[in-house]
Design a binder for this molecule. Structure first.
Ligand SMILES: CC(C)(COP(=O)(O)OP(=O)(O)OC[C@H]1O[C@@H](n2cnc3c(N)ncnc32)[C@H](O)[C@@H]1OP(=O)(O)O)[C@@H](O)C(=O)NCCC(=O)NCCS
Length: 157
């Protein structure tokens, strides 16, 4: 895996997801995705023992500007969400969230970190490749709105 060092341009901290972040995160979801996760869907993850969700927040205001959601299933981590508010992208936030997830994976001795991504999502794929993820295969027609293939990317430990 490449040794990626995030170089943050703004001041943010990474923390575990809590109820106080959910309004901001649901708003970012709405701004970003055609099928956004709702406040309630995010809130359910706070009760899910398999969920490992990290949030990037601004220390001055507590505003949440991005998050990474992962599910710890047996010896694998499956990333279900990674998103950064459009106004805060390209400042190392997703990289910092990914570092945190990888630290969790190593600490808990998981053997694989995996995710699905739209094949057209060049920014996300560039991020995953920087961290050493490799494409395992394609799930044809996996996504709706619009219909699109998913690429499966994995990082092995
Ligand atoms: C993908 C996403 C999470 C990246 O967040 P970010 O905080 O901007 O990412 P970072 O600043 O940590 O970028 C790290 C690297 O990823 C790659 N990258 C990020 N955005 C990119 C873009 N728009 N174009 C090309 N490469 C990009 C670059 O290699 C970048 O390093 P660099 O800035 O030194 O060139 C963000 O673009 C996003 O929220 N997109 C919408 C949601 C989404 O598609 N999520 C993935 C679903 S599978």
């Amino acid at each position: 895996m490449a040794d990626i060092q995030a170089v943050p341009h703004i001041n943010f901290v990474i923390t575990n997801m809590q109820t106080e972040h959910l309004d901001d995160l649901a708003e970012i979801e709405k701004l970003t995705f055609s099928r956004p996760w709702s406040y309630d869907a995010l809130a359910e993850e706070l009760q899910n023992p398999l969920a490992v969700f990290f949030v990037a927040k601004l220390p001055e205001t507590g505003r949440a500007v991005g998050y990474l959601g992962m599910h710890h299933i047996l010896n694998e981590g499956s990333i279900s969400n990674i998103v950064v508010h459009p106004d805060y992208q390209r400042q190392g936030i997703a990289s910092a969230l990914m570092h945190k997830a990888i630290k969790y994976v190593k600490t808990n001795r998981l053997t694989r970190l995996t995710l699905e991504v739209r094949v057209s999502n060049t920014p996300a794929i560039a991020l995953y490749k920087r961290f050493g993820f490799e494409c395992d295969g394609i799930r044809p027609g996996f996504y709706d709105s619009p219909k699109e293939d998913a690429a499966i990317y994995s990082l092995y430990f």
